[in-house]
Design a protein around this ligand. Structure first.
Ligand code: NAP
Length: 186
């Protein structure tokens, strides 16, 4: 079993195809695409948390205002956080930038020296970004959950799964899961 983040290390650099920045979604979803309930996550999977941190480290992360609230309005360390809201706040401390649309958030990210931008949720923001995303890092949790927020269906006609690593139930992980990488068909 692998704990490290060699999934992202092994993927091609620029599925954007034009040498431009790669727009990636990163998500953990159950077999019925559940991602959250009452503005909280549905499971605690330390390997997945480590994968998320390693994959997004030092990169811009874009999230909806509700997801930001779900982490107590605390920015993710070591990453430029960009929060999308129709009531965008002044960006005073530099740790968090606010944007009033997905497009503006991506423009802000593109001013940073990075080759990949991460859209980290929640459901509203994933839904709006599926059409522009090049890559999806999907942790598929092999269980069914009651939820109030869901990830959009990944249409197999539009996306190829290029990697998948399986992780079993153990003392720290109540559910088995697979960490997958999907890329949009050219
Ligand atoms: N499992 C996972 O990987 C994962 C990852 C992230 C989040 N989650 C879960 O997802 C849930 C939150 O998702 P959600 O869908 O309720 O909320 P969300 O997508 O995090 O945020 C929604 C908010 O984003 C803003 N927004 C959305 N579209 C916009 C647009 N076009 N222009 C400007 N602002 C826009 C609005 O903020 P204003 O209302 O301020 O205008 C809206 O209320 C939580 O349960 C969280 O735990 C799960």
């Amino acid at each position: 079993m692998q704990e490290s983040n060699n999934l992202s290390g092994g993927v091609a650099n620029s599925p954007s195809g034009d040498g431009g920045v790669v727009v990636s979604l990163i998500v953990a979803a159950s077999s019925n695409n559940a991602i959250g309930r009452n503005n909280q996550l549905l499971w605690h999977l330390p390997i997945d948390l480590k994968f998320f941190k390693n994959t997004t480290w030092a990169m811009p992360v874009i999230m909806g205002r509700k997801t930001f609230e779900s982490v107590n309005n605390k920015p993710l360390l070591g990453r430029q956080n960009i929060i999308i809201s129709r009531n965008a706040q002044p960006s005073t401390d530099g740790k968090v930038w606010w944007a009033n649309s997905l497009e503006q958030a991506i423009e802000q990210s593109a001013t940073l020296d990075c080759n990949e931008i991460f859209i980290v949720g929640g459901a509203q923001i994933y839904e709006q970004s599926m059409s522009i995303a090049h890559r999806i890092y999907m942790t598929r949790v092999h269980a069914h959950f009651e939820a109030d927020t869901f990830f959009p269906e990944i249409k197999v006609g539009e996306w190829d799964m290029i990697k998948s690593n399986d992780f079993p139930v153990d003392e720290k992980h109540a559910y088995s899961f697979s960490i997958q990488v999907w890329e949009k068909k050219k």
